[in-house]
Design a protein around this ligand. Structure first.
Ligand SMILES: NC(=O)C1=CN([C@@H]2O[C@H](COP(=O)(O)OP(=O)(O)OC[C@H]3O[C@@H](n4cnc5c(N)ncnc54)[C@H](O)[C@@H]3O)[C@@H](O)[C@H]2O)C=CC1
Ligand SMILES: O=C(O)[C@@H]1CCC=N1
Length: 277
């Protein structure tokens, strides 16, 4: 077993090869050495064409017929099927197995009691991880050693930036900011495009303008350490056009208030997920 031996590469067994599972596997498979990975096994009873293609092209083993106790077990199924998956997964877990879950809401306590593992990581990645531009925050159980934390850092770094280990009590907040965050950004693109169409722009042009604007703003933030607030102010001329739009967006609590309410509601849903699955 190599689960807690950083100088040896690990066998990673991923359960759930959907959108998030594929994003992670892509990251590991494009540089196995950097991720500290020897072999990637992927278990999914309904593999998509995208998953089959990834495994065929990059050499991951899809639905292996035999699984020995594993070094690192990654759980990337929907929280609602966790209990079913955990009863199978428990067969492949021993005292050195590191269990890493990316499932929203499922606590370290539940991960331990249902898989039998003691070394547990609760992580929250996001879909930009598929292109190495993600951010993942994680927390660890008390049985994890500094070497385990280092190994998790290497695994998650293939998706982009990593924050952690954090106090587990913060993971629901992390989920609603960065785990779900790409959806808010895509909604912003949709809303900007719809606003442009309402002002007479042709649909395709409005979509390209909105999409490229958000891409450009992201790249600018990536390359310029100026705060988001100051970057916003740099666009907002005194008595100008941007200010007219922002005053509408910020009126009566505006977008800040909507965001706080939305994130609080989503955080409550994340807490509920651990109970209703
Ligand atoms: N999609 C996202 O942006 C993010 C998702 N997550 C978490 O990742 C997890 C997976 O989400 P998605 O990838 O979006 O869902 P998905 O629906 O795309 O993928 C789930 C996969 O699990 C497979 N599956 C179902 N039952 C299974 C079983 N018994 N054994 C093995 N595989 C099984 C399905 O065939 C499917 O391919 C969720 O728990 C979610 O909270 C976390 C961060 C971001
Ligand atoms: O919507 C969800 O439940 C998952 C968690 C973070 C992003 N997608």
């Amino acid at each position: 077993m190599t689960g807690s031996t950083m100088n040896l590469k690990s066998t990673v067994t991923l359960i759930g090869g959907g959108r998030m599972g594929i994003a992670m596997a892509k990251g590991w498979l494009c540089d196995l050495d950097a991720a500290g990975v020897e072999t990637v096994n992927i278990i999914d009873p309904s593999p998509s064409d995208a998953l089959r293609e990834l495994c065929a092209k990059k050499g991951a083993v899809l639905n292996p017929t035999e699984i020995a106790p594993v070094d690192v077990l990654i759980l990337a199924v929907k929280p609602q099927v966790f209990s079913k998956v955990a009863s199978d997964a428990a067969k492949w877990v021993n005292e050195t197995t590191l269990v890493v879950s990316v499932m929203a809401g499922i606590t370290v306590d539940r991960l331990g009691s249902e898989t039998g593992a003691t070394k547990i990581v609760r992580a929250m990645p996001n879909t930009p991880g598929a292109v190495g531009a993600g951010v993942t925050a994680f927390s660890v159980s008390s049985a994890c050693t500094p070497t385990d934390t280092q190994m998790v850092n290497a695994l998650l770094s293939s998706l982009g930036a990593v924050e952690g280990p954090l106090d587990e009590a913060l993971m629901d907040a992390v989920t609603v900011v960065s785990g779900c965050g790409p959806a808010y950004t895509f909604l912003l693109v949709e809303a900007m495009a719809a606003g442009g169409v309402a002002l007479g722009l042709e649909e395709g042009i409005a979509q390209r303008l909105a999409r490229q604007t958000v891409i450009g703003a992201g790249v600018l933030m990536d390359q310029d350490p100026t705060s988001a607030e100051d970057l916003r102010k740099a666009v907002t001329s005194p008595n100008g056009v941007t200010l007219a739009a922002l005053e509408v967006m910020m009126a009566e609590g505006g977008i800040n208030d909507v965001m706080k309410r939305a994130l609080r509601t989503a955080r409550d849903r994340s807490v509920e997920l651990s109970k209703d699955s």
